[in-house]
Unconditional design. Structure first.
Length: 151
């Protein structure tokens, strides 16, 4: 499986999602390709937000090897599944989709735990206390994804 996690800046939510899924995949000895990107370009080349780094570290997950990059249309070809964090990301990514095969790859990540509710992962950028909650939402979603694959 080739999985891409997408948020707005690629410094807060999607780096956590990437780190969490990579950690679980490694624990299970799977050969999955996991990456993340942002719909915006403003933070390209940057490390994840220090609050995301600190939150991941609390759970023995190191995300300091990650650098932000912008989502690009080629990602529709490179990945099997594109998980977006919120409905704005969903709109922005779908706008770049060329056809149905691209559109079908795009899912709200919280559909894994809360199907058909159009739930968004809250943007923690302006809320220091939000990172822990975001971590747990993403952790549960990644567990569901592996469960769906019988893992
Ligand atoms: P992210 O959070 O989309 O989870 O990476 C944000 C990061 C930066 C900004 C907004 C959200 N920003 O406005 O710079």
């Amino acid at each position: 499986m080739r999985i891409l996690m997408v948020c707005l800046g690629n410094i807060c939510r999607s780096p956590l999602a990437e780190g969490i899924l990579k950690h679980k995949v490694r624990q299970r000895g799977l050969d999955w390709d996991v990456d993340s990107a942002g719909t915006g370009h403003w933070h390209a080349g940057e490390l994840p937000d220090r609050r995301s780094i600190a939150t991941a570290r609390q759970y023995q997950i190191d995300i300091t090897d990650q650098r932000a990059r912008q989502f690009r249309p080629e990602d529709f070809e490179r990945f099997d599944r594109i998980f977006v964090m919120d409905t704005q990301n969903q709109r922005d990514v779908l706008q770049l989709a060329r056809d149905t095969s691209h559109r079908e790859k795009v899912r709200l990540i919280l559909d894994l735990t809360h199907p058909d509710q159009d739930r968004s992962v809250p943007d923690p950028y302006y809320d220091d206390d939000g990172f822990e909650e975001v971590f747990h939402m993403l952790d549960a979603a990644c567990d569901k994804l592996l469960e769906q694959h019988g893992l």
